[in-house]
Design a protein around this ligand. Structure first.
Ligand code: SF4
Length: 166
């Protein structure tokens, strides 16, 4: 078994990895999907790399970041801790990639009960997505109640409060 794990590590396919790397999902995105309005896979990689470096994860936790290049939700952003829905917005006369950020989805059981959909909180530029997510996770880690889940933390804040944290 250790040999298999070492081989997978060498192929950049680590099994023992952070909560966010284990949980990330990205749809096909603009590279191969005709409907997409944003790039997704490189974006997801950049988000994971930033959060891997900047956030202290507990080994047993799981954190879902699901990235979609349009509202169709092939990457199921509605049930993620952080769901991202690609869109475009005109800035200085040019269409630029943005993402609507949804926070607080959950699967299975959580402290408040069953699964829940996340809520749309804010639209940010593609460049701002990763640092915005880092900010809200840091806020969660410093001000959560006891062993409160991220979903429950989001549920006890209004959308305006969450938007301020991003
Ligand atoms: S969510 Fe949209 S962009 Fe992503 S694969 Fe599905 S249709 Fe394409």
């Amino acid at each position: 078994m250790p040999a298999v794990l070492a081989r997978l590590d060498a192929l950049s396919l680590p099994v023992r990895t952070s909560a966010v790397r284990r949980g990330v999902v990205a749809c096909t995105g603009i590279e191969f999907c005709n409907i997409a309005v944003t790039e997704t896979k490189e974006r997801a990689k950049n988000i994971v790399n930033l959060l891997d470096e900047g956030v202290k994860w507990s080994e047993s936790s799981m954190f879902r970041v699901n990235v979609n290049g349009c509202p169709n939700s092939c990457g199921q952003h509605w049930i993620a801790d952080v769901g991202l829905q690609g869109c475009t917005k005109k800035v200085d006369g040019e269409q630029r990639e943005h993402f609507d950020v949804f926070l607080g989805g959950a699967l299975g059981q959580n402290q408040s009960g069953g699964p829940r959909f996340n809520r749309r909180v804010k639209r940010v530029t593609a460049e701002e997505v990763a640092p915005s997510i880092q900010r809200v996770i840091e806020r969660y880690q410093t001000s959560r109640q006891s062993d409160e889940s991220f979903s429950d933390f989001c549920a006890r804040h209004t959308e305006e409060e969450l938007a301020e944290m991003l």
